[in-house]
Design a protein around this ligand. Structure first.
Ligand code: MN
Length: 228
């Protein structure tokens, strides 16, 4: 029997409201899923097929922990998002059955090195490291769907130092949660423990060290972090 050549890192996990830990597998994210944000990013807010990117699972920041201002950027941006936590996997999941795969929901932040992303977009290069870096995914408590249901509407907003910067409604999602799961599962076989960040409303903007972020999604919960 083979043994690890060094001790493996513990599996990332996210606390569930009411107790327990959600064992994390992967973090997927949807790009430009609110029309007003697609427009502010220079995109076309029509129902083009959704596009996806990912973050490492250990980018998660939990329990209101601080997120260090990352290296290699001078334009770190906030994106408040509804996060979907999967308890069941599969490929080619029909939208009509997609919600059976959902364990619960959380509020999360898709922190973004906007300057690196803009450069990657301009030069046609991958934007992985503009999105997937250490501490780039602060996450609030996961609230089981068994308790809160499957929210399809409700205010989603983010305050930075007490001022509202992003303000939208889940009903404005271009692609709904079932449609996101269905589309993503045509690219990869989804698995229990996967998280999906579902996109951000308009109002994204730069952060500075010391900023205090409080995001809230009506009917879901909160996410808090501080840029340190
Ligand atoms: Mn995002």
């Amino acid at each position: 029997m083979s043994e690890y050549v060094f001790t493996p890192a513990p599996r990332p996990a996210a606390p569930v409201e009411g107790g327990g830990l959600f064992p994390l597998r992967r973090i997927f994210c949807v790009g430009q899923n609110y029309a007003a944000h697609a427009r502010e990013m220079g995109g076309d807010p029509t129902r083009e097929p959704p596009f996806f990117f990912s973050k490492p699972a250990d980018a998660l920041v939990i329990d209101g922990g601080g997120a260090p201002y990352p290296s290699r950027t001078t334009n770190l941006h906030h994106e408040i998002e509804l996060v979907v936590a999967l308890q069941k996997g599969g490929a080619n999941i029909p939208a009509a059955q997609a919600l059976d795969h959902v364990y619960g929901y959380a509020a999360g932040l898709d922190l973004t090195r906007r300057d690196l992303q803009a450069e990657a977009r301009k030069t046609g290069k991958p934007w992985d490291l503009s999105k997937g870096f250490d501490f780039s995914a602060p996450l609030g408590l996961i609230h089981p769907a068994a308790k809160i249901g499957h929210p399809a509407r409700g205010r989603i907003f983010l305050q930075v130092n007490g001022a509202v910067k992003q303000d939208g409604d889940l009903s404005d999602l271009i692609w709904s949660v079932p449609e996101i799961i269905a589309a993503l599962s045509t690219y990869v076989a989804l698995a229990p423990g996967d998280l999906i960040f579902s996109g951000t409303p308009s109002g994204v903007g730069p952060l500075e060290r010391g900023d205090v972020l409080v995001g809230e999604i009506e009917g879901v919960g909160e996410v808090r972090t501080r840029i340190v």
